[in-house]
Write a protein that binds this ligand. Structure first.
Ligand SMILES: Cc1cc2nc3c(=O)[nH]c(=O)nc-3n(C[C@H](O)[C@H](O)[C@H](O)COP(=O)(O)OP(=O)(O)OC[C@H]3O[C@@H](n4cnc5c(N)ncnc54)[C@H](O)[C@@H]3O)c2cc1C
Length: 431
């Protein structure tokens, strides 16, 4: 590869904070609100224009799975209340199960502000600054230019682990056997759906027989590969539906060219999908495209080496870790097909049913080799299969809450992150 030597120059230190949260998705929100409430000067940096990550910029339809997060409960309660003012009055699940993305954006802004959290939007965290094996801050780039932010503790909630990777935490990408990563999806919304007749197939296994044929089978045959399944979610406004139907395989979201390809492929599928819905799906005959997500939905990228790594067996056995920082985590093993549409061909979702809630230990948030940095959300240390389960938003928020608590305790007591007494984290995040 040709190279160019960029001029070395002095850049300003634009802020100096106790806790710096990189990425404002569900994990970043949980981390920042908790650290702020514990009296830390806290800054959350987000590349897009709002908090929420995939939940808002990614246009996500609903919360799936659950966890012990108190902040999650607060978020959904507050969204429910605000939906009474800003949402459609007749809808009674708004904010609780279903997400109204515009309401959620406002609620998260309010909660961050109340916790004293400072937010910086439209800002890319470029890399970690590491001295003597410790992250002491990050380099950012935004409209003001390039600067450094100093922090006593940095939390990587970027989903892809951009900060941990640049700090030198060892990682691999995707499935252990072949490096393949779960497909990506751009969510989009349609209006004009007749709810009195509409069907809402919410899983790959939901088969819907119509006069023209079975929907999943027809989608597989008629939609442009690798699209080919029907996932439709009712929304909180009349006649609108959220579609989780675009699909692109072989995308590495840590590579800008690959990410762009993924986005273009998914966007090109929207028109054929809408034509399909109009022609074959009852209630969708008059549907029309409302909007698509600004953030391409990425399911999987890097898996980091942590002091501990969560394995699928830990989830299957519902192992109780004494050093738990997340409790009552629950979802299923959700591996999408990496060679086409629908579910993974190995049938993992069918064969490995999760018996009960599981715990996640603190060691999964502590990266190997590097101090001053915590992993959070979908980029904690976990295997490909375990990740397919803990990546959902309610668990990501709980992981953020745990990271924010640990960071605040370490900063208050002037101790390394790995010396934080886990019992104290448990007392704060536990039931
Ligand atoms: C298509 C799709 C459907 C899904 N469906 C559901 C569902 O129905 N229910 C459910 O609960 N979960 C669902 N999930 C899973 C869930 O949405 C994510 O795994 C979860 O949002 C992870 O949270 P996070 O905070 O770790 O990461 P993210 O939500 O990805 O948030 C990361 C944030 O960091 C920002 N960021 C990234 N890099 C940088 C950087 N370098 N500088 C600054 N900012 C940066 C991003 O803009 C983003 O806002 C779905 C995921 C996808 C992709």
């Amino acid at each position: 590869m040709n190279t160019y030597t960029e001029n070395t120059k002095n850049i300003p230190i634009s802020k100096d904070v106790d806790v710096l949260v990189c990425g404002g998705g569900p994990a970043g929100v949980g981390a920042a609100i908790r650290a702020g409430r514990m009296g830390m000067s806290t800054l959350v940096i987000e590349a897009f224009d709002c908090l929420g990550g995939v939940a808002t910029s990614g246009m996500m339809s609903h919360w799936t799975g659950h966890s012990s997060s108190k902040i999650l409960d607060e978020i959904t309660d507050r969204c429910f209340e605000k939906c009474k003012v800003l949402g459609w009055a007749e809808e009674n699940k708004c904010g609780k199960e279903k997400i109204n993305q515009e309401v959620l954006k406002i609620v998260l802004d309010e909660m961050a502000k109340e916790a004293g959290v400072e937010t910086l939007f439209y800002t890319l965290v470029c890399e970690a600054v590491v001295e003597n094996g410790r992250v002491i801050g990050v380099i950012i780039q935004n409209k003001s230019g390039r600067s450094m932010i100093k922090a006593k503790c940095v939390i990587d909630a970027t989903g892809d682990g951009d900060i941990a990777a640049s700090a030198g935490v060892p990682f691999y990408k995707g499935r252990e056997s072949d490096g393949k990563m779960q497909p990506c999806t751009i969510m989009f919304k349609i209006g004009g759906v007749d709810y009195s007749r509409a069907v809402f197939p919410g899983s790959f296994e939901t088969k819907v027989q119509t006069e023209k044929g079975e929907l999943q089978a027809m989608a597989k045959k008629l939609l442009p590969f690798p699209a080919g399944h029907v996932l439709l979610y009712s929304q909180t406004t009349p006649g609108t539906v959220c579609c989780n139907m675009t699909n692109c395989i072989d995308v590495d979201a840590t590579n800008a060219d690959s990410l762009t390809k993924g986005l273009k492929v998914c966007r090109s599928q929207i028109e054929p999908i809408i034509k399909f819905l109009k022609e074959f799906v009852p209630g969708y005959e008059k549907c029309w495209l409302m909007s698509s997500a600004s953030l391409l939905g990425i399911r999987e990228t890097r898996h980091f080496e942590g002091i501990q790594t969560l394995e699928a067996e830990d989830i299957l056995d519902a192992k109780f870790f004494d050093n738990w920082v997340v409790r009552r985590a629950f979802f299923n093993f959700d591996v999408h097909n990496m060679t086409g549409a629908s579910l993974d061909a190995t049938g993992i979702q069918h064969n490995w049913t999760q018996p009960k809630d599981y715990t996640i230990p603190y060691g999964c948030l502590l990266p190997k080799k590097i101090e001053g940095l915590l992993l959070s959300g979908r980029n904690i240390s976990g295997s490909h299969l375990a990740h397919s389960n803990f990546r959902v938003m309610p668990i990501a928020i709980a992981l953020g809450e745990a990271a924010g608590t640990a960071a605040a305790l370490a900063v208050k007591e002037h101790i390394p992150l790995r010396s934080v007494d886990v019992k104290r984290i448990q007392n704060i995040v536990g039931e």
